[in-house]
Design a binder for this molecule. Structure first.
Ligand code: SF4
Length: 336
């Protein structure tokens, strides 16, 4: 059950007419202006070579993603089929993870994103890595952020004792999607429980809400936002279905922009004082440019891999642009 405040903030953008949504868009930007300085943060994590008129990110070791399961995933979700893991550095043991982190440090990087494929229960096998995560932070001075998957008490405690800088979890608000797309015999309550455990252990939390996971349609995003609205979180990241080649969803169109806008506006209203980000997993090209523009208009605080259009609009709106070669989940650490 969500509180009346959260229900109201989240429901309205989902239920209103297109005209009212335009009106709410303006209100959302006002909310941002009232709670944050006129600064927007652009993030360039990962190993992708990025070059635009306003910024270049060339160092592949600046903030890479590392998979603790290599290319293996037991879930093989319809939108991914483990393909995202292929873009990560493999590190199947704590020793190998330290080695990768050392290389990152030597190459001038500032952190790593520890990720991996899932086990059949929706968790990522992180338990052997807590001690080495702490060493990487203490000895190498790197930031460590973690894609957790569903967590149990021991994992939440382990992440807290490792002192990780952020835990990221995709919050799925539809049982149909959890079963049908992720092939997981779990429920929305399990996601909510994971959020609760991480919060109870004081782990900085950056939930990701994925728009359009159910065949490009809205299904459960509203519930995911309500769950997040009730929690103490460090930052909130919105990502959008990005159909990948050679997956069953390869030909699925991304969700209509208006639907994504409903989610972003609802997120801004639900969490007026929490950094709100457009994350790196979202379609690019013309769709991506239009989405970024709507994101800026709806008052996001930052964007991972922003488009030229996002840069131009931010400057036009008088926002100072700050660049970071790191994961956008770390927006909570930024001192504006
Ligand atoms: S969306 Fe942001 S927080 Fe999530 S992995 Fe990408 S850069 Fe990091």
């Amino acid at each position: 059950m969500s509180s009346p405040r959260c229900s109201q903030a989240v429901d309205r953008p989902f239920e209103c007419s297109p005209e009212e949504l335009t009106h709410l868009l303006r209100s959302a930007y006002k909310v941002r202006s009232e709670n944050f300085p006129d600064v927007i943060h652009f993030y360039f994590p990962g190993m992708v070579h990025f070059e635009a008129s306003f910024y270049r990110a060339m160092n592949p070791y600046r903030f890479p993603a590392v998979s603790v399961t290599g290319k293996v995933c037991q879930l093989n979700c319809d939108h991914c089929r483990g393909r995202l893991l292929r873009r990560m550095l493999p590190a199947g043991s704590p020793e190998k993870l330290y080695e990768v982190a050392l290389k990152v440090r030597e190459e001038g990087g500032t952190g790593i994103l520890v990720s991996g494929g899932s086990l059949a229960d929706g968790s990522v096998p992180l338990k052997p890595f807590f001690k080495v995560m702490r060493r990487i932070k203490e000895e190498l001075g790197l930031s460590v952020v973690v894609h957790t998957g569903l967590v149990d008490e021991e994992t939440a405690e382990g992440l807290a004792s490792a002192g990780v800088d952020c835990a990221m979890i995709d919050v799925v608000g539809s049982n149909e999607t959890i079963r049908g797309v992720l092939h997981l015999n779990r429920s929305v309550e399990d996601y909510v429980h994971s959020l609760e455990l991480l919060e109870q252990h004081g782990v900085p939390l950056a939930p990701h809400v994925v728009v359009g996971l159910q065949g490009g349609r809205l299904r459960g995003e509203r519930e995911a936002l309500k769950a997040v609205c009730e929690r103490k979180i460090a930052s909130l990241v919105i990502v959008v279905l990005m159909p990948l080649e050679a997956t069953p969803m390869e030909k699925t169109p991304p969700p209509p922009l208006r639907d994504v806008l409903r989610v972003v506006v609802a997120a801004r209203m639900a969490k007026p004082k929490t950094p709100l980000l457009l994350g790196c997993a979202r379609p690019r090209g013309r769709y991506g440019g239009a989405l970024d523009v709507l994101g800026v208009k709806a008052g996001v605080n930052g964007i991972a891999y922003p488009s030229e259009a996002a840069y131009r609009l931010s400057v036009k709106r008088g926002l100072s642009v700050v660049f970071h070669d790191e994961c956008c989940s770390l927006a909570w650490r930024v001192k504006n």
